[in-house]
Design a protein around this ligand. Sequence first.
Ligand code: CA
Length: 229
Amino acid sequence: MTTRILIVEDEPAICEMLTFALADSGYRCEVAGDVRSARSLVADCNPDLVVLDWMLPGQSGIEFARELKRDPGTRDIPVIMLTARTQEADVVTGLDAGADDYITKPFSPRELAARIKAVLRRASPHAAGAELEVDGLRLDPVGHRVLADDRELKVGPTEFRLLQFLMGHPERVYSRGQLIDQVWGRNVYIEERTVDVHVRRLREALAPGGKDRLVQTVRGAGYRLSAKD
Ligand code: CA
C-alpha cells in the first residue's frame, strides 16, 4: 500500500520541492494551500501522515493540528509541523498541539524524508512497510501477503486493508463507522452493513489457517482483532 502524505503549505515553491522529493522517496502526495482544503483532503484521501506548515492564510497550522488530534477519527494521523520559528516556546506549543515532530525552515528534503520515515515507523508500523504479526498470523504489506503459520491465505483487497488496519491496532475495538473512516476513507458513502460483509469475507479467508477467531465481534460496539478469546 502506498503511503499517502498530505502537505499543507501555502508557498508554491516549497510545495513543489516537497512533492518532488517525497514522490521520489515513494510517497503519494496531496497538497493543500490552506486549512479548509486540507480538512476536505483529510476526509477524502485518508492520509497516513500530514506535513503541516505553521503559518497559513486564515486558520493557522497549529489550530488545524489541534483539530486533528481532538477528532478520534484523525487523532492517529501523525503530524509533522513545518516552522520558521525557532523559539523554544513555539516548538513546545507545536508539540503541545499534538504534533509528532517538527522541522525548522529552511530544511533539506532529505532531512524531512528521514523524519517522515521515523515518525511513520513510530506511529504505525504498517505504514512503514513493516510486517505485522498477531498470534501466528502474519501480514506483509510490501509483498501483499497474508500467512497463517507459513501457509499463505488468499485475501481480497478490501479484506486485506481491513486486516492490515486491525492488525496495526490489536486489542482495540472499532465501531463500523470508525472502520469505514479508516479503511475506506472518510466522506466515502458506505453502509455500515457493508463492513459486516467484509468482516465475514475476511473470516472466511482466514479460516483455512484457523485464524478467523482473531477477528472478534464486540456486541453493541464493533470489531476488534485479538489473540485472546
Ligand atoms: Ca506558510
